[in-house]
Design a protein around this ligand. Sequence first.
Ligand code: KG4
Ligand code: ZN
Length: 363
Amino acid sequence: MTHTANPPKIVLGFESSCDETGVALCTTEGRILGQALYSQIAMHKDYGGVVPELASRDHIRRLIPLMEETLAQAGIAMKQVDAIAVTTGPGLPGALMAGCSFAYSLAMGLNLPVIPVHHLEGHLLSPLLSINPPAFPFTALLVSGGHTQLMGVERLGQYSLLGETLDDAAGEAFDKTAKMIGLPYPGGPALSKLAESGNPERFKLPRPMLHSGDYMFSFSGLKTAVLTTAMKLAGVSQPSETMVISDTDKADLAASFQAAIVETLVKKALAACLQQDHKRLVVAGGVGANKLLREQLEKAARKRGVEVYFPELSLCTDNGAMIAFAGAMQLAGKPELLNSRDYGMHTRPRCELASTQPVFSNP
Ligand code: KG4
Ligand code: ZN
């Protein structure tokens, strides 16, 4: 990486904002030394979604074993760690509290600095961890379970919000639509898998705000259109969890929904990128794992001379590596953070990335 504190420092990072506990070690040169991840999907599956209280309790259970696994994998002793990075927001309040209480206590006990990390900055920077990382500047499409945003990224720490969703996030729309047609949580991967066998042109679903002339999104109308179509197919006048729809209808509905959401994301992301005069478009967040989105973006971008960058598939959804990396990059750009001993813990369940202060003075 470009920002190198001399000699390289080691950052131990923790992620616990939702339903994944992630721990990783990253150097200020941007090298991941070790990482471990535990996904709570199996635990939440029975409830059809994330149960916040269960999530917090499980993070508490996983943090220490994952940390030990990460250190052992990297062959690094705790005394070699120079700083602790942790996701302070946005996310589920209890889940954030679990990770932050642990990370801050550990830092205080070891007399190490804490580097608070914005979860979305972790996602945003995750493509920089791939073999072919993008150079700055670029436009980023952040598509996760909680967020859908287009950001202009001039350099590390300098982000401007170009547009975002007015209601549901793209991942949330995938999850809710999947639930409507009886697919298991998490809906995104299940729906996109089913869509592979469906006809994306069978149902004409809306592409909300496609021609709004800005970079805003809205997905709740699309979700309602799926519900109305599902009710028609099931021959019922009231929505219910027991609507009976044939497998073919379900697959066609899934494919039509996915086509609508992907078309909107692709068109808006590319328009924002061209308007910013950027030659690179970066996609991050869980929905970035979607195959159709990847294919369509590549295709549309190639036509306009724009290059698209994705994180490694394993780094699309929440993980510790992106948080350790974002923390390490903060430290690389601002080595004086090593002297900070601010243990005033502030979790921020809701917070904007673009409003956070740039931390790098040097591109
Ligand atoms: O980034 P992430 O792990 O968590 C948040 O920070 O929200 O994203 C999770 C979201 C979920 O809504 C999940 O359904 C969606 O990403 N997702 C997908 C796919 N894989 C994960 N959505 C569509 N297609 C996929 N292949
Ligand atoms: Zn996330």
